[in-house]
Design a protein around this ligand. Structure first.
Ligand SMILES: Cc1cc2nc3c(=O)[nH]c(=O)nc-3n(C[C@H](O)[C@H](O)[C@H](O)COP(=O)(O)OP(=O)(O)OC[C@H]3O[C@@H](n4cnc5c(N)ncnc54)[C@H](O)[C@@H]3O)c2cc1C
Length: 424
């Protein structure tokens, strides 16, 4: 077991200082079991890419980053089992070498699998569930230090995947895979909002994954990124709702060089080099940005986008860029897409946390009529009182957490505030 002092060290964005005293890096499952069993309060730490206190604890943090990733591909079952501390980009390269693929990736490939599935991290695509929907099995260390394995179809499995770190430390994850596929990425600029909003479902079905980057102001969407599967048989979109086909590579944030972005300009390449927006080889140690994201049902897409556009004058001074993505419905209790296909209204903010936090309640009030569910790993203001009514299985999740962790070993300020509703 490797131990280091962690108090006051920062998350990736540099906007959160961990309050835990110690960070432990177990080197084996037995080590991890001992650490969990011995702790009075403990929390799993992924790759530190969340923007809030979700991964913190008043006790000990535990990271799986030095554990053996032990990637185990089952070609017959089309699954891969891998250590939860492994980053998606590393797994993606491994799978691509073996001729396999994941169905989707988030914008950044550096995020850990355990951390991403715990918060329902997603990419885009009308038919694509979030990354947690690929999980078919989990092996976790529960509060007692015992190992528990669950598989899709087991009782409570759907409540355990998006676990917010509240149920135990996930040691290994089994994910659904498929044969490798190629993707091309085409960018269109200055796409008229009216044309897209008049035909929203068709516009966001124009490719395997569609992302709309906007500052909400004006009549046009700054950039539309279309990721098309070469094997889909669908014609590659030569035009997109009156937008201008890009003749150079773009970064989502206007004026920033595209060097760190994955290949665009319609050049086909493996899914592992196209589905994320940013290259794995570019390893940002920290970011000069904050993020917030609200997910609403797809039936409210147009109204929710219009509601945010009316707030553009208040948003603009704080914003680097926004991204609108779409996700398929799923059955995972705390997924932002639980039983509803949705869109994600994402905000990459300048690092102005007090000003951003002052605006969030207004944004949330504007989106509340649409059953807004905030991304668990980003900045938001809503608490358990507001979140319980929009998650039909909220109480079941609370009961499950109490059953698996009766002494509240994995409880932290985030869970007290957003799930248990017991924060002071
Ligand atoms: C630049 C950037 C880009 C991003 N892009 C996207 C995006 O495209 N789409 C999107 O949806 N989100 C995105 N996010 C948000 C990010 O995916 C989530 O915040 C994610 O949870 C971060 O994972 P992590 O590994 O850093 O986990 P952490 O932030 O360290 O932890 C998050 C949660 O996971 C739990 N956890 C971590 N490991 C384990 C484990 N082994 N067992 C049990 N629980 C565990 C923690 O306890 C905590 O509750 C982005 C964030 C950044 C900084």
């Amino acid at each position: 077991m490797i131990e280091e002092h962690v108090r006051d060290t920062l998350n990736w964005a540099g906007n959160y200082e961990y309050r835990a005293e110690t960070l432990e890096h177990p080197t084996s499952l037995a080590d991890l079991q001992r650490a969990v069993a011995a702790a009075t309060r403990i929390s799993a730490l992924g790759s530190r890419h969340s923007f809030n206190d979700i991964a913190d604890t008043p006790g000990t943090l535990v990271s799986l980053d030095v554990m053996d990733p032990a990637v185990d591909v089952d070609e017959a079952a089309l699954t891969v089992t891998v250590g939860a501390g492994v980053r998606y980009g590393v797994l993606a390269e491994h799978l691509q070498r073996r001729g396999f693929a994941l169905h989707n990736l988030a914008s950044l490939p550096h995020i850990s699998i355990g951390g991403a599935i715990a918060t329902a991290t997603h990419g885009s695509g009308n038919a694509n569930g979030n990354l947690a929907t690929a999980v078919v099995g989990l092996e976790l260390v529960t509060a007692s230090g015992d190992v528990m394995t669950v598989a899709k179809g087991d009782a409570h499995f759907d409540g355990m995947v998006v676990g917010l770190g509240a149920l135990g430390v996930v040691h290994r994850v089994t994910l659904r895979i498929e044969p490798s596929f190629d993707v091309r990425q085409d960018v269109f600029t200055e796409v008229p909002w009216d044309a897209v909003l008049a035909d929203y479902d068709a516009a966001t079905s124009a490719a395997y994954s569609v992302s709309l980057f906007t500052d909400w102001a004006g009549d046009t969407i700054g950039q539309a990124w279309l990721k098309s599967r070469i094997d889909s048989g669908s014609p590659v979109p030569g035009e997109f709702y009156g937008g201008v086909a890009a003749d150079r590579a773009y970064h989502p944030v206007p004026g920033v060089a595209a060097d760190h972005c994955t290949q665009q300009l319609g050049v086909p390449g493996p899914w592992s080099d196209r589905l994320a927006h940013f290259r794995l080889a570019f390893t940002p140690s920290n970011g000069e940005e904050l993020q917030t994201e609200y997910l609403v049902g797809r039936e409210h897409a147009v109204a929710a986008i219009q509601a945010v556009r009316t707030l553009a004058p208040k948003i603009a001074p704080l914003l680097l860029v926004s991204e609108v993505r779409s996700m398929a419905a799923d059955e995972l209790w705390l997924s932002n897409n639980y039983q509803r296909a949705g869109i994600g209204l994402h905000f990459t903010w300048k690092p102005l946390q007090p000003e951003v936090e002052a605006l969030l309640p207004e944004l949330e009030a504007a989106l509340a009529p649409f059953g807004m569910r905030p991304h668990w790993g980003k900045l938001f203001a809503a608490d358990a009182r507001q979140l319980a009514p929009v998650y039909p299985r909220f109480d079941d999740f609370r009961d499950l957490a109490v059953r698996l962790d009766p002494e509240g070993k994995f409880r932290n300020a985030f869970l007290d505030r957003t799930i248990f509703g017991t924060a002071g």
